[in-house]
Ligand binder design. Structure first.
Ligand code: FAD
Ligand code: DLZ
Ligand code: SF4
Length: 510
């Protein structure tokens, strides 16, 4: 039987004109459904700027599709007929247009996929779920790559992706003779570093309307709505990319891990949100970066480092997510069970580095990778926070957070809660690391040089206390052999001080 009319559902992170569901459908006969719904906007307490960004980008994309003569049915959040769920909105439109088929590009999150797999039975209409071609490695290809491997090392996956895409390749060899230039990418911040003015976008009428809606509907939600300045269209996202390529990429590698108080963006691209919601194509972004290297306008360590994050890490964490869900979400390999300190939501803490990271998160719905990994993530792990709780925090507070990318980064990379699927050892560090890579310690109430006592940097004693408390879980890890021999050489009085100070801080974190 030939299909006469399809209902094509486009989700809030599927804002790409070349999306497989749109590509598959017929603009002459099919209807496109986009819906702002309570279920998606509240399954975690999303940052209010994140909700505003998604609704505004959805509305701009709706207008773009309509300009291409698509029949788009759009449900606004405050539409009195809004059922509050994607399934409810599909059912409502299906009752009106009686489609022969429902078409959707696979969702990014497992929970939604499970729901959609039940739609055919629920609605009595065939449901076609298409691959998301915006990823370079399909779920099936990743499963094939992973099969039979003892360890799923990102570096091996990344080399395959370089070969497959041809990015930064000289025939069969990597450009510059090495696959990875990370060793050159760990420079501390230098004094007087000249940081570029970032490219931002003032809200237009659509965004203003959405901001008023979000202020009204989510009055007590986390995160400031003031100074909204994200890209909400493909054109604006392109302009952010142009600016990054010209003004930031040459320094991206050198200062990738550096942090400066008050400098919230360093040389990072700020492109994750635009890529994740579909305003930019990841392969195009990488090709643009590659061209800059080939033209001699950015060094290889910067361009390789940047491309690795996208065709390596980004694709790899998505592969791990789909391979390991649903069990992955509940993993807690280190048996951590403490609650998340309240200051993760308020920024009200004496730890200067954490205060900066949380305050900027509240203001911008953004923190760069090392802030997420080595400040907030590191502290949560050292304190023994329940992985599910810190996972919910990361999923809520960052504009770029969708479970397929956030969960492996949080549970795997930052909390070591997957027991080493993603990383070979915990990213645990004392104050020394933070002091070397940032200038936060100069403005802190604590002294990074002191190891114990009331003025000592809490990261210092919490680090050793964590290693001590989790010894039975970690001492078999050969990368931690030196850590445990150092601990074993410490005298008993020192160990007692560490345990005492850490216990006090863990009981009432300040
Ligand atoms: P840049 O530093 O400019 O990097 C360039 C691009 O590479 C990013 O835009 C992003 O697309 C990609 N990228 C870089 N690192 C990673 C990574 N580890 N995994 C996947 N892609 C990567 N990233 C998200 O997109 N969403 C999340 O919810 C998210 N949660 C995280 C949670 C934790 C605990 C940690 C440690 C990292 C998380 N990341 C997440 C990865 C990374 O921190 C962000 O992608 C990055 O900070 C976004 O800022 P940027 O665009 O300026 O990145
Ligand atoms: C994150 C989000 C939010 C806040 N709101 C919506 C929405 O109202 N409608 C929608 O289609 N999508 C929204 N999204 C994005 C979805 O949560 C996302 O598509 C799934 O989590 C799959 O990645
Ligand atoms: Fe952070 Fe410790 Fe430095 Fe304070 S002294 S900023 S708590 S690392």
């Amino acid at each position: 039987m030939s299909v006469h009319r399809r209902l094509v559902l486009v989700l809030g992170d599927q804002l790409s004109p070349g999306l497989s569901s749109l590509d598959y459908s017929d603009p002459e006969t099919d209807v496109v459904l986009m819906a702002e719904v309570r279920e998606e906007a509240t399954y975690v307490p999303h940052h209010r700027k994140k909700i505003a960004l998604i609704f505004s980008a959805m509305r701009h994309f709706r207008d773009r599709l309509r300009a291409d003569r698509r029949d788009v049915r759009y449900t606004a959040y405050d539409d009195p007929d809004n059922t509050g769920s994607l399934a409810g909105e599909v059912a409502r439109l299906a009752a009106e247009v009686a489609p022969d088929e429902i078409v959707v590009t696979e969702p990014g999150e497992w929970r939604l996929m499970q729901e959609m797999l039940g739609w055919e039975r629920r609605f009595g209409i065939p449901v076609r779920i298409l691959n998301d071609e915006r990823f370079l490695c399909s779920r099936q290809d990743f499963a094939g790559w992973a099969e039979g491997r003892k360890q799923l090392r990102m570096e091996h996956f990344y080399r395959d992706m370089r070969r497959r895409t041809g990015l930064l390749m000289d025939g069969d060899d990597p450009a510059g003779g090495r696959w990875n230039f990370d060793q050159e990418n760990r420079k501390p911040p230098k004094e007087g570093l000249d940081l570029p003015e970032r490219r931002w976008f003032a809200p237009d009428a659509i965004t203003e309307e959405v901001l008023a809606l979000v202020a009204r509907e989510f009055p007590d939600g986390f995160g400031d709505l003031e100074d909204f300045r994200f890209a909400v269209t493909a054109e604006q996202a392109e302009a952010t990319l142009d600016h990054f390529i010209a003004d930031c990429l040459p320094n991206f590698g050198d200062y990738q891990d550096a942090m400066i108080a008050g400098e919230r963006f360093m040389f990072h691209s700020l492109l994750s949100v635009s890529i994740n919601v579909g305003l930019l194509d990841p392969l195009e972004v990488c090709r643009r970066a590659e061209n800059v290297y080939e033209d001699g306008n950015a060094p290889l360590n910067a361009v390789e480092g940047f491309i690795r994050q996208i065709i390596g890490w980004r694709e790899y964490v998505r592969g791990v997510y789909w391979l390991k869900m649903p069990d992955y979400r509940d993993m807690n390999a280190l048996d951590q069970d403490a609650p998340l300190p309240g200051f993760y939501w308020t920024g009200d803490t004496k730890l200067n580095c954490v205060r900066h990271a949380v305050e900027q998160t509240r203001d911008e719905a953004y923190a760069h990778h090392i802030q997420r990994l080595m400040i907030t993530g590191n502290l949560a792990m050292l304190l023994g926070v329940r992985p599910a709780e810190i996972h919910e925090w990361y999923l809520a507070v960052y504009a770029d957070a969708f479970e397929w990318v956030e969960l492996p980064n949080t549970l795997g990379m930052s909390q070591f809660a997957d027991g080493g699927i993603l990383g070979s050892k915990p990213y645990a560090a004392g104050g020394n690391y933070i002091s070397r890579m940032s200038d936060y310690c100069a403005g802190c109430a604590f002294d990074v040089k002191q190891k114990t006592g009331p003025d000592a940097c809490p990261f210092n004693y919490l680090y050793w206390d964590f290693m001590d408390r989790k010894r039975s879980h970690l001492e078999g890890n050969h990368r931690l052999g030196r850590v445990y021999s150092t601990w074993d050489r410490m005298d008993g009085a020192r160990k007692a001080e560490i345990r005492r100070d850490a216990l006090e801080f863990r009981r009432s974190p300040v």
